[in-house]
Design a protein around this ligand. Structure first.
Ligand code: SF4
Ligand code: SF4
Length: 69
């Protein structure tokens, strides 16, 4: 059972500050090779905390409307 929303980070905008990682209640985010944040959409519940804390504004929350489950 997945949430109706999930977050994704834009690696072109991310400055790899790590603020989103500390904020995420699901530990869904990691920094890839010190370069940019990757959000595991299967774990993310779409709460939007990472998006509100991100200083670069690189995270957007999307609806999972294309998925059946
Ligand atoms: S939306 Fe919430 S659960 Fe998903 S990555 Fe951001 S802080 Fe974590
Ligand atoms: S808070 Fe924003 S800029 Fe910082 S690591 Fe997360 S996505 Fe990148």
């Amino acid at each position: 059972m997945k949430s109706k929303k999930y977050a994704q980070a834009d690696k072109a905008e991310c400055v790899a500050c790590g603020a989103c990682i500390k904020e995420c209640p699901r530990n869904a985010i990691e920094i890839w090779e010190g370069s940019y944040a990757i959000i595991n959409a299967d774990v993310c519940v779409g709460c939007g905390k990472c998006a509100s804390i991100c200083p670069a504004g690189s995270i957007e929350v999307y609806a999972r409307e294309d998925e059946d489950e």
